[in-house]
Design a protein around this ligand. Structure first.
Ligand SMILES: Nc1ncnc2c1ncn2[C@@H]1O[C@H](COP(=O)(O)OP(=O)(O)OP(=O)(O)O)[C@@H](O)[C@H]1O
Length: 200
């Protein structure tokens, strides 16, 4: 996947949040995004995930992508299991395997007991686990994580580490913003902050 001269601003005449970002994500890469508050980390992650479009430049070669936002929009009329099953179906899974995979991911994050709870009633941590499960359900080639380790319990955090390592080992790409750089155990293979500094 390649970003060429990518820029993003939120309205014509508004200041550029990102400008002239060139980045190549090769298979088997882990990328940690660093940057000060409001430097544009989430903006860049949304562009990588494909849920937002650049105002300038171009992005090519996006693989099968999954995204976990900093805040999961939980006000949806589903139970956790119902939501995950629907997403599995959207990804082309049959209903039975989708239910099985959804339950398995909830269990792995220590959230098996949340399966039948309405999303709107989940705690912040519960929502985060459902958000991670939805991202990992269909085996993404590119996993985009926006500050998701913060607040995760030890078990879920270790499970997420394992999932990232598996994607990496299979030649996939994980890109994540991680505010606690000193605690981050991954090697930084590309630092995007150098690109971001161009925006100031
Ligand atoms: N949808 C939006 N509409 C208008 N401005 C936005 C929007 N999203 C982000 N911004 C602005 O873009 C700038 C960068 O925001 P962004 O959330 O990408 O930064 P960040 O580095 O992730 O910040 P933080 O570390 O605080 O999470 C900020 O000034 C923010 O107000």
């Amino acid at each position: 996947m390649r970003l060429e001269a990518v820029g993003r601003r939120y309205g014509i005449g508004k200041p550029w949040v990102l400008r002239d970002v060139d980045l190549e994500l090769r298979p088997g890469t882990l990328v940690r995004i660093e940057g000060a508050n409001s430097s544009g980390k989430s903006t860049l992650l949304r562009l990588l995930a494909g849920i937002d479009a650049p105002s300038a430049g171009r992005i090519t070669g996006r693989p099968r992508t999954a995204y976990v936002p900093e805040r999961f929009p939980a006000a949806l009329p589903f139970t956790a299991l119902g939501y995950l099953t629907h997403l599995g179906r959207i990804h082309g899974m049959r209903r039975g395997p989708a239910v099985t995979a959804a339950r398995r991911w909830l269990e792995r994050f220590g959230a098996g007991g949340l399966a039948d709870m309405p999303l709107a009633e989940l705690s912040k941590g519960g929502c985060q686990k459902v958000a991670l499960a939805q991202a990992l359900l269909a085996g993404p080639e590119l996993l985009v994580l926006d500050e998701v380790w913060t607040g995760l319990d030890r078990r879920a955090s270790a499970e997420l580490d394992r999932a990232v390592e598996l994607i990496h080992g299979a030649g996939g790409v994980a890109v994540f913003a991680h505010p606690l750089a000193a605690q981050c155990r991954y090697f930084v293979t590309t630092t995007v902050w150098t690109c971001m500094r161009k925006t100031r």
